[in-house]
Design a protein around this ligand. Structure first.
Ligand code: UTP
Length: 233
């Protein structure tokens, strides 16, 4: 099975704790023995700090995005360090390089690609390009809610939704100032256009990520945590 994993910077690189990188690396090493896995790392707090500093000096948004991309790639490089010989030694900078990097038993790790999106979109585009069996968006929220649960106490979590419904939810959340959607709108659009099976899950605990990728997610059976995005009834 080919799995593309979007590993949020906020969970992987929260405080650049080497132990956390090593724990996620151990999960990926284990999963790569059974499946081909490509990981797209996010920028997390560091990206926000760098982008904030650039913005405060008057940088345009494209420049800010390029700075964000650099940080996502640094996180990718750190994860590759944690994986040691089990990582493909280079950090692909585009989708073609990522496709060429796939080798049995090696985990390919990459960051952002182009301004105007986030690494969730990179993971979704890569999953479409490689015809992946599964896209997993590993984040700090346990799934897709009807609205942002941090702003709306009445928000309800979905166990399973269609890609069309995901787009409606994401667009409604994005329109509300201060709300944050669990999936980037570009990623949601890609999931919809290629009818990709995707799982949004809380992966702050690497052990839970291992359990889900090792079992339920790859069998595509309902998972105890997270939201399935699928066209299947
Ligand atoms: P992230 O994917 O980390 O965004 O990219 P995020 O929404 O902050 O996600 P978390 O919190 O880590 O889970 C960080 C920034 O890098 C730029 C964007 O500015 C984004 O906000 N970026 C990333 C791009 O412009 N293009 C990319 O392909 C990836």
């Amino acid at each position: 099975m080919l799995i593309v994993l979007s590993l949020g910077g906020s969970i992987l690189a929260k405080d650049l704790d080497p132990d956390r990188f090593l724990k996620y690396a151990e999960v990926l090493r284990h999963i790569s023995k059974k499946h081909t896995i490509i990981v797209v790392t996010g920028g997390g707090e560091s990206a926000r700090h760098y982008i904030g500093a650039a913005r405060a000096m008057g940088a345009d948004e494209v420049t800010c995005d390029y700075i964000g991309i650099e940080i996502t790639r640094l996180n990718a490089r750190l994860l590759a360090v944690a994986l040691g010989p089990d990582a493909f030694p280079e950090i692909p900078t585009n989708y073609l390089e990522a496709a060429k990097a796939i080798r049995p038993g090696k985990v390919v790790v990459m960051g952002g690609v182009t301004p105007g999106q986030t690494t969730d979109a990179v993971a979704a585009i890569l999953a479409e390009y490689l015809r992946a069996d599964l896209l997993t968006i590993a984040t700090s929220i346990d799934g897709v809610y009807s609205s942002d649960p941090n702003c709306d106490p009445t928000a309800v979590k979905y166990d399973k939704i269609s890609p069309e419904k995901l787009i409606n939810i994401v667009m409604a959340i994005e329109m509300k100032a201060g709300s944050k959607s669990p999936v980037d709108p570009v990623a949601a659009k890609i999931i919809e256009r290629c009818k990709l099976d995707a799982l949004v899950m809380d992966a702050r605990d690497p052990a839970l990520l291992r359990k889900i990728l090792d079992g339920d997610a790859t069998k595509k059976s309902p998972v105890s945590c997270g939201t399935w995005i699928t066209v299947k009834k």
